[in-house]
Design a protein around this ligand. Structure first.
Ligand SMILES: Cc1cc2nc3c(=O)[nH]c(=O)nc-3n(C[C@H](O)[C@H](O)[C@H](O)COP(=O)(O)OP(=O)(O)OC[C@H]3O[C@@H](n4cnc5c(N)ncnc54)[C@H](O)[C@@H]3O)c2cc1C
Length: 410
């Protein structure tokens, strides 16, 4: 293995997922020499399948207004708008075990949309397109970080591909099972949600009318997120589902025949969009809550899922990660303007202060939702249903919750 001067960087970002790519894009055109590395040869690769000659990625995200603003600033949003995306204007949330329900609507909030559903691979592709335009960021793919040495002046990364890269600062954007976090011994608080999430693309008998659904069941929540069938076309009958359930139940569901799965899905969604008439392959994701006690340590800093991973029930994971990316790049730029080195503890502390409380607040809220809806006692069920119906009638409270989830208020 050889190290050459050309492999010395100010910053190395490990992970070219949505968050790592966003940090790289936000640091583009700074005075820093930046490397972005990913273990995949092509980070845009997706879990896509053909439906009626359209290929949908099974992994989608509900992007909030704050994520939209970040992507607009990067010139990425217009690329996404040219591809498939679906704004949703209404969201129905209801309790399978009673009468409680809440309906959020863009009209009540006087906003153009509650959020936008995008396929993850299309977001990565758009970010890549922008990044590949001339700049100070070098891409290394495939490049899988195998080990890390923290020296006084440099962090050295050794890769499976026999490269040695050095940086003054390493930004770990390598996801929930972050190796960088592990190699650097960050202390992590983690606990099992005792849920696996099943994701798939489905076609329904009735059009979704740009509506998202979330049904809370004692076994876990089931969400339908509307997809756009084609660029610029009215959204019609495709949705992405995220069905979270206890692991053994989730495994039973995933092993059902296509027909039986569609029947179960139709039943559990109370046929709100009629029958589920088609379903892609199903993918299973074990869910775990993790939160790193500190977001930085000497020359290493964590962003996105490497710093925190959260239940997908409110679709907040990547939205929080993009806010991390924005906060970190802002602090780095401010620090550089003030003549500080890129890994200066002042920069890192400011970043952590800006993000940790907000991330923890959202994680606690999601944990609360999950626990309250898993509770089967009569008193809690009554309170839950009463609470939901009351919130639905209390417009200021309902709007406050919706604005937080949309990233309009923090
Ligand atoms: C079922 C499900 C549904 C979800 N729905 C939503 C939603 O609607 N809205 C939302 O906001 N969030 C959602 N999320 C969460 C969201 O998907 C994650 O928060 C987001 O993908 C995290 O992005 P990231 O870039 O931090 O990490 P990742 O997407 O995990 O990217 C990490 C990258 O690092 C690379 N990598 C890993 N290890 C190494 C290594 N050793 N060397 C080099 N490269 C490496 C990987 O190849 C990868 O490209 C959902 C999550 C799940 C599981």
């Amino acid at each position: 293995m050889k190290r050459t001067k050309k492999n010395d960087f100010d910053v190395i970002i490990v992970g070219a997922g949505m968050v790592g790519l966003t940090v790289a894009s936000l640091l583009k055109d700074s005075q820093l020499r930046v490397a972005l590395v990913d273990r995949n040869e092509d980070p845009t690769i997706n879990v896509a399948e053909e439906h009626d000659q359209r290929k949908f990625d099974a992994r989608v995200s509900a992007l909030s207004a704050s994520s939209r603003m970040i992507f607009k600033q990067l010139g990425v949003w217009n690329l996404l708008e040219e591809k498939r995306h679906c704004d949703f204007h209404t969201m129905h949330v209801w309790d399978a075990d009673g009468t409680g329900s809440i309906t959020f609507s863009a009209e009540d909030l006087a906003v153009p949309r509650l959020g936008t559903i995008v396929e993850n691979s299309l977001v990565i592709d758009a970010l890549m397109q922008r990044l590949k335009l001339k700049g100070n960021v070098e891409l290394f793919c495939p490049c899988s970080v195998n080990s890390l040495d923290e020296g006084e002046d440099w962090v050295t990364l050794n890769t499976k591909e026999h490269q040695i890269l050095r940086a003054k600062l390493v930004i770990a954007a390598d996801g929930a099972n972050s190796k960088i976090r592990e190699f650097s011994n960050f202390r992590v608080r983690e606990w099992e949600y005792n849920h696996h999430a099943i994701v798939a693309t489905v076609k329904t008998e009735m059009p979704h009318q740009m509506t998202a659904l979330q049904r809370f069941m004692p076994t876990g929540p089931l969400a339908f997120l509307p997809l756009s069938s084609d660029t610029g076309a009215e959204c019609k009958e495709y949705s992405s589902i995220v069905w979270s359930a206890e692991p053994s139940y989730a495994k039973n569901l995933i092993n059902l025949s296509d027909k039986d799965f569609r029947i179960e899905l139709t039943k559990h969604a109370e046929a709100r969009f009629g029958e589920v008439t088609d379903c892609s392959s199903r993918y299973l994701f074990p869910l775990k809550q993790r939160h790193s006690v500190n977001y930085s340590k000497q020359r290493i800093v964590l962003v996105g899922d490497a710093a925190h991973s959260i239940h997908p029930l409110a679709g907040q994971g990547v939205n929080l990660g993009l806010l991390d990316a924005e906060a970190l790049s802002n602090e780095i730029r401010k620090g550089l303007d003030a003549g500080r080195p890129v890994c200066d503890p002042v920069i890192m502390n400011r970043y952590q202060r800006a993000r940790k409380g907000h991330n923890l607040g959202m994680m606690a809220l999601m944990e609360g939702f999950k626990r309250v809806f898993a509770e089967d006692t009569l008193a809690i069920r009554w309170l839950r249903n009463f609470g939901m119906s009351s919130i639905n009638d209390l417009r200021p409270v309902k709007n406050f919750l919706a604005r937080r989830a949309m990233g309009l208020d923090s």
